[in-house]
Design a protein around this ligand. Structure first.
Ligand code: CA
Length: 224
């Protein structure tokens, strides 16, 4: 089971802690930020699977944060706000928020929405099947199929493949891939990433999916 990290950006300490309690109870890992700039730092430095974002923060407007995150990531974002007019909701969605919840809310409702968003983004490993064109990846059994035929990948290749799929359509820097797939303690040559990508590509040659090379940066699993 891959850890699911949820970043909560909220300046009301009581509410922040309450949300944390409920999320931990569900087995999620929680990263807490009480202002926008701390939130950005945590977002850049961690693999974040979902963001819960307060609209009114001491340093940033939640919309700005939402917009900035959307420039390079499709991580689900749930906005929290005391405002409830429909215009605000529309504004939130146009900036790229996936869901919106108005204060006061029940923590249970928030948890339900978190689950719904995670499921939608295929970010839960259990029983989840990723399918695109003639390619299928079953994360519960780590099996890969092309045209319903099982393709043999090594455990290391599966780990990398799954990491790319989880972040589909997002460019992943090679350094980040190395850290997430090989582990923080690995201090070998970064070219192992390229070698493993090459091997995966060779096996995917008949699949209608592709791993794009982003020159000077890294790789991206691309769905058309
Ligand atoms: Ca606030």
């Amino acid at each position: 089971m891959i850890d699911i990290n949820i970043l909560v950006i909220e300046d009301e300490e009581k509410l922040l802690n309450l949300i944390e309690t409920y999320l931990i109870r569900e087995g999620y890992f929680v990263l807490k930020a009480s202002n926008g700039s701390r939130g950005f730092d945590l977002f850049y430095d961690n693999k974040v699977d979902l963001v819960i974002l307060d609209l009114m923060l001491p340093d940033y407007d939640g919309y700005e944060i939402c917009e900035q995150i959307r420039n390079f990531s499709d991580t689900p974002i749930i906005m929290l706000t005391a405002r409830s007019s429909i215009d605000e909701k529309l504004n939130g969605f146009s900036k790229g928020a996936d869901d919106y919840i108005t204060k006061p809310f029940s923590p249970r409702e928030l948890v339900a929405r978190v689950k719904a968003q995670l499921k939608r983004y295929n970010r839960i490993i259990k029983d989840d099947i990723y399918k695109h064109m003639n390619f299928k990846f079953d994360s519960s059994t780590s099996s890969t199929y092309i045209n319903n035929e099982n393709i043999d990948f090594s455990p290391g290749e599966i780990k990398l493949l799954y990491y790319l799929i989880l972040n589909k359509n997002i460019t992943l820097p090679r350094e980040k891939i190395l850290e997430r797939v090989w582990g923080e303690d690995y201090d070998g040559d970064i070219r192992v990433v390229d070698t493993r990508i090459k091997r995966i590509r060779e096996k995917l040659v008949c699949a209608k999916v592709r791993i794009v090379t982003v020159r000077g940066i890294g790789y991206r699993w691309e769905e058309e």
